[in-house]
Write a protein of this length. Structure first.
Length: 68
């Protein structure tokens, strides 16, 4: 039996990260019909975790500079 798999291959320009990321999200959403909100909420949660992590790292860097 034939196996059909939708695969999206992407080349990104890291110098234009925001529009590239948005284009990838827009390209993947049609494959998740009926689950768009869940996908976008998952992406939002992942972004919030990254921001939270960056904030913690930034704070520890600031603290270490003050101690010098």
């Amino acid at each position: 039996m034939a196996q059909i798999k939708p695969i999206v291959r992407v080349e990104l320009d890291p110098l234009h990260a925001v529009p590239e990321i948005c284009a990838v999200i827009a390209a993947l959403l049609p494959y998740n019909r009926g689950h768009e909100q869940a996908v976008l909420e998952g992406v939002r949660d992942a972004i919030n975790e990254q921001l939270k992590g960056d904030g913690e790292n930034a704070e520890s860097v600031r603290e270490s500079r003050r101690k010098r």
